[in-house]
Design a protein around this ligand. Structure first.
Ligand code: GLY
Length: 311
């Protein structure tokens, strides 16, 4: 069947046109590279691993290199991968000193113990002889130092490594893929909210933020606590399993999230190759490839809460 792909680079607002152009360029490049590989028979799981790796390596996004700093000035990252065909979830929570948390989540797919937190995830990285890596960027250090000057009164986790006054704690990356064999996988990775309390756990390595079955897959971005309260990714996917169309499942779930004053967004696809997205925040930085065309959600109106592309 025709592979499908949808990715996101978070949900932070972008006022600056230069910022928008650069984000579009990054997302389009990554979506094209991963789609090409999917078209050449890469599995959905491998496509998710590759897409998340490329997004983690792009310093403008808050995952892997370029992750925000927590309240104590340290980077701690979380990532998960779910193979919809096997309905198998794996992930790492608050791992430090690795380049690509998604690689650990991918390795854990085959393990008995599949979700590891900080110390255990780091031990695994050492066992696998993954080189030690510092994902900190100069911009993120400066950003944290600025926040410290102001006694941490402002909020961090802006998406773009350029000065801006946007208030956002919504940096995450995610990939959902449908391969030639009709298999679905979803992956999500984040540096967290920025300035969070040590030990805070993100939605990105929970089924609330990343979930897939044989019928559908979803990756979320936004404020983790809101996503967890809605159990958003799992809710959308399970609604599709219960008979709603992907579009209906997205609309219903986002309508509920709107009623709870949340700040979140989700990307999704289903087994038929339909794509969908939804948001309660003003912006969703997503891009997709249908096989026929490439598109993105970068310039949706603030109040445009959902959209879809039919198979
Ligand atoms: N959604 C990313 C986080 O809140 O950590």
């Amino acid at each position: 069947m025709q592979p499908k792909l949808i990715i996101h680079g978070g949900a932070s607002s972008l006022d600056d046109k230069g910022g928008l152009a650069l984000v579009r360029q990054s997302l389009h490049q990554i979506v094209m590279e991963v789609y090409q590989a999917l078209n050449q028979d890469l599995t959905a799981v491998e496509a998710v691993r590759l897409g998340c790796e490329l997004l983690e390596n792009e310093p403008r996004f808050n995952a892997g290199t370029g992750s925000v700093l927590q309240s104590d000035g340290q980077v701690r990252m979380s990532a998960s991968l779910m193979d919809g065909q096997r309905q198998n979830f794996s992930g790492v929570i608050n791992v430090s000193r690795v380049k690509n948390p998604i690689h650990l989540a991918h390795f854990l797919q085959q393990e008995t113990d599949r979700i590891l937190s900080d110390y255990g995830a780091l031990e695994l990285a050492r066992e696998l002889q993954i080189p030690c890596y510092d994902p900190l960027t100069d911009f993120r250090i400066q950003e944290w130092l600025e926040e410290r000057k102001d006694n941490f009164q402002k909020k961090m986790a802006r998406l773009i490594a350029e000065p801006a006054d946007t208030e956002a704690r919504k940096g995450t990356i995610g990939v959902v893929a449908l391969d030639r064999e009709g298999r679905i996988a979803a992956g999500t990775s984040t540096g967290g909210k920025g300035l969070e309390r040590i030990g805070r756990v993100s939605d990105s390595a929970m089924p609330a933020g990343n979930y897939a079955t044989a019928q559908a897959g979803v990756s979320c971005t936004g404020v983790g606590e809101d996503i967890i309260n809605e159990c958003l990714a799992a809710k959308i996917v399970i609604r599709v399993g219960d008979g709603l169309s992907l579009q209906q499942a997205m609309t219903k779930s986002i309508t509920e999230a709107q009623a709870h004053s949340t700040d979140l967004a989700a990307i999704a696809l289903d087994q038929q190759g339909n794509l969908a997205w939804g948001k309660t925040c003003p912006v969703l930085l997503a891009a997709y490839h249908t096989g026929q065309s490439l598109g993105d959600t970068l310039e949706l109106a603030d109040d445009q809460a959902w959209g879809h592309v039919s198979a």
